[in-house]
Design a protein around this ligand. Structure first.
Ligand SMILES: Nc1ncnc2c1ncn2[C@@H]1O[C@H](COP(=O)(O)OP(=O)(O)O)[C@@H](O)[C@H]1O
Ligand SMILES: [Mg+2]
Length: 314
């Protein structure tokens, strides 16, 4: 890890309370959300790196449960803005008779949408010199208003100007925003990021790319220094733009739940890149982490089921 990378990993977004109805009239709760999932897996894979979650929550009991989950994963919650009277996003997972999972969200009013107030931005700005890697996603941008989107991208630009990394996952969710806004802001974010960790399916849906090669060429033309294109069960393309990209296959596993496949891939990829590995080596590790995650139910799998980075070279 080089000098500039001795600071913390900041992940910005919304963490929701996940509710799973159980057979005995109870609800099992957990915390989840794309940017949070990546933060948790990064911390587990690179325990020496401080990981800080940037968001907003309310001061209610459900927000307290989310903070308990965050702290239990050794993720720092001190940059979360606690908003008086606010409430967090929630979602429920119900499994129907055929085993098909259905998600229901209550997130339209969540406190996370109000993160990055003037006071919050001042606190973040004061600590930004300690941020080596800033991660944001298409979902993070989607839930914010234009003023907050611009403020987030200017924080990201400051991290990059200071020599840090800005990782961007496209995670395009059509239900959260309209196509013109999504295109405009994702293109702006792509111009700021140093590492685009994009799922091809999301990119095809939002930008109309007809092939991974076409998507890679378009993203490279924006000037993103490092691009990975995730291809689901086909693995990913990494290690170079357009023609230079190498296909890294996924591991052959029986996928039982693909929730957080891309989020955990990001953590594996970045954790290994931070140790100095090449993009292709990092992608191989990202695929190994994601394979473990898809082979287990839930967004956050048991820590013991993850591959280890400490005995991986480099
Ligand atoms: N069925 C699968 N078997 C093995 N690995 C998988 C499978 N689905 C996804 N992965 C791994 O997870 C990574 C991310 O998956 P992808 O579906 O592209 O992202 P997202 O979850 O963001 O849509 C892939 O690059 C691959 O390594
Ligand atoms: Mg994804």
């Amino acid at each position: 890890m080089n000098e500039q990378m001795s600071g913390a990993f900041w992940s910005v977004g919304e963490c929701m309370l996940e509710l799973r109805p159980q057979a005995n009239d109870t609800l099992l709760h957990a915390a989840a959300g794309d940017s949070y999932n990546t933060a948790v897996y990064l911390k587990r894979l690179a325990p020496a790196m401080p990981v800080r979650y940037v968001s907003a929550l309310g001061d209610d009991a459900m927000s307290g449960l989310i903070r308990d989950h965050i702290r239990a994963e050794h993720v720092d919650d001190s940059l979360i803005d606690i908003r008086a009277g606010g409430t967090p996003g929630l979602y429920a997972i119900a499994t129907d008779g055929g085993g098909e999972r259905r998600f229901t969200y209550w997130r339209a009013q969540s406190a996370a949408r109000a993160m990055l107030s003037a006071a919050h931005l001042e606190r973040l700005g004061a600590e930004l010199a300690g941020c080596s890697v800033l991660l944001l996603t298409g979902i993070t941008l989607a839930i914010l208003d234009d003023e907050r989107r611009a403020a987030l991208l200017s924080l990201a630009a400051r991290v990059r100007a200071a020599g840090g990394w800005v990782a961007l996952d496209n995670n395009y969710r059509p239900a959260l925003w309209d196509v013109p806004s999504a295109r405009q802001w994702m293109n702006r974010a792509a111009r700021v990021c140093t590492h685009a960790l994009f799922s091809f399916d999301d990119e095809a849906l939002l930008q109309g790319d007809r092939s991974p090669a076409e998507a890679l060429a378009r993203i490279a033309a924006i000037g993103v220094p490092e691009v990975v294109l995730k291809l689901g069960a086909d693995g990913c393309l990494a290690g170079g733009a357009a023609a230079g990209a190498v296909h890294v296959p996924a591991l052959a596993v029986r996928a039982v739940d693909t929730t957080a496949a891309g989020d955990s891939f990001n953590a594996g990829y970045l954790a290994r890149r931070l140790r100095g590995a090449s993009g292709v080596k990092a992608a191989e590790f990202g695929c190994a982490v994601a394979a473990a995650v898809v082979a287990h139910p839930g967004a956050i799998i048991p820590a013991t089921a993850l591959p280890s980075l400490s005995n991986t070279e480099p």
